[in-house]
Design a protein around this ligand. Structure first.
Ligand code: NAP
Length: 288
C-alpha cells in the first residue's frame, strides 16, 4: 500500500514508519522536512495534491503543550480535519487517526478538546476510519517516558498530591501493532482505546521504572497539588510537558477497558517489562 504518514519524524510516527517499511509498504512521509507544516495545511485543497495514488493515511502529528508557534486548534483540529475531508474527496478510504485516551465526552482540556474536533470530523465522513486513543506510551525515544525515567532516577520521587493518579501504560510496539492490524482489518469505523492490562498509580509507575533502572525503591515526596500547579507553571520553560493542564489531566487519571482492543487484536497487550522499556525497536507483528 502507498501510505501517507504525518508525524513520521516523531516517536509514534517514526516507529510506525519503520514497521510499514519492514512490511513492504511504501511510506510517504508528510513532515515539516517534506514541506508539510500543519499550520499551513488548513483546507482540503492544501492536502489534495499530496493524496494522488495514496491508499491509506495515518495521522501522528500532535503536541503536548502549546508554544508561541504551535497551537492545539490548527495542529490537532483544523489541519487533520482538512486532511480527512481531502481523503474523502480523493477516495482514500482507510484513515487512521492517533488520538489520545480521554478524548471523549469527559474531555475538559484544550489538548483533548482540540483532538476531539478531528476525531469527530473523521467519524462523520464516509471513510474506513480508525480513531486510536493510546494511554501513556512507554519505550525508547518517547518524551513522556524519558521525563518519567528522569524523575524515577531521583533519590526522592516527586509526585503530585497522593500520587495515586491511575495510569495504564502501553508499549510503543503494541501501538504500532494496532496500527498494522487496522491497515489489514477487513472494515473500519472503530474507535479503540489502547490501554495496558496493568493499572499503576503514578507513584508506583515511578517505582517500577526505578526498579527497571536497577535501583531500589525510593521514598516518595508528596507535593501538595497547589504547589505542584505552581511548579508546573514555572517549569514549562524547561519542558513543554510541564503544563498545568497536563497536571490536571494526570490528576483525572483516565482509565479504559483493555477488552475491546484484545478482541480486535486477538491477543492481550504485552505486560510491562524492563526489556521493553529499553528496547531499541518497536518490533511489531505486521501484515503487508
Ligand atoms: N507519546 C505518548 O505517550 C502519547 C500517548 C497518547 C497520545 N499521543 C499522541 O500521539 C501524537 C504523537 O505523539 P508522539 O509521542 O509521537 O509525539 P512527538 O514525538 O512529539 O511527535 C510529534 C510529531 O508531530 C509533528 N509536528 C508538530 N508540529 C507540527 C507541525 N506544525 N506541522 C507538521 N508536523 C508537526 C512533529 O514534527 P517535527 O519533527 O517537525 O517537530 C512530530 O513528527 C500526539 O498527538 C500525542 O498527543 C501520544
Amino acid at each position: 500500500m502507498n501510505i501517507l504518514l504525518t508525524g513520521a519524524s516523531g516517536f509514534i510516527g517514526g516507529n510506525i514508519a519503520q514497521a510499514l517499511a519492514a512490511a513492504g509498504h511504501q511510506v510517504i512521509p508528510a513532515t515539516r522536512r517534506d514541506g508539510i507544516d500543519f499550520r499551513r495545511m488548513l483546507t482540503p485543497a492544501d492536502w489534495l495534491p499530496h493524496l494522488s495514488g495514496v491508499d491509506a493515511v495515518i495521522n501522528c502529528v500532535g503536541i503536548i503543550g502549546e508554544t508561541a508557534t504551535g497551537k492545539f486548534q490548527p495542529l490537532h483540529g483544523e489541519a487533520p480535519s482538512a486532511l480527512f475531508r481531502a481523503c474523502s474527496a480523493a477516495g482514500v478510504h482507510r484513515v487512521i487517526q492517533i488520538s489520545a485516551l480521554g478524548t471523549d465526552d469527559s474531555a475538559f482540556s484544550a489538548y483533548h478538546r482540540s483532538k476531539r474536533v478531528a476525531d469527530d470530523c473523521l467519524r462523520s465522513l464516509d471513510l474506513d476510519w480508525f480513531v486510536l486513543r493510546p494511554s501513556l506510551i512507554y519505550g525508547r525515544g518517547g518524551k513522556s517516558a524519558e521525563l518519567f525515567l528522569r524523575l524515577a532516577a531521583l533519590p526522592l520521587l516527586p509526585v503530585p498530591g497522593d500520587g495515586r493518579q491511575a495510569l495504564q501504560p502501553v508499549h510503543i510496539s503494541d501501538v504500532v501493532a494496532t496500527v498494522m492490524h487496522c491497515l489489514a482489518a477487513p472494515a473500519g469505523r472503530q474507535t479503540l482505546d489502547i490501554v495496558g492490562d496493568d493499572t499503576f498509580t503514578f507513584a508506583e509507575w515511578l517505582q517500577w521504572m526505578r526498579q527497571a533502572l536497577g535501583k531500589p525503591r525510593a521514598p516518595v515526596l508528596h507535593i501538595p497539588y497547589g504547589l505542584a500547579l505552581a511548579l508546573f507553571r514555572l517549569g514549562h520553560h524547561c519542558n513543554p510537558m510541564l503544563r498545568t493542564e497536563n497536571l490536571r489531566m494526570l490528576r483525572a487519571g483516565y482509565r479504559a477497558s483493555a477488552e475491546p482492543l484484545a478482541d480486535f487484536l486477538g491477543r492481550r497487550l504485552q505486560p510491562v517489562s524492563a526489556a521493553l522499556l529499553f528496547s531499541a525497536h518497536a518490533n511489531p507483528g505486521s501484515t503487508p
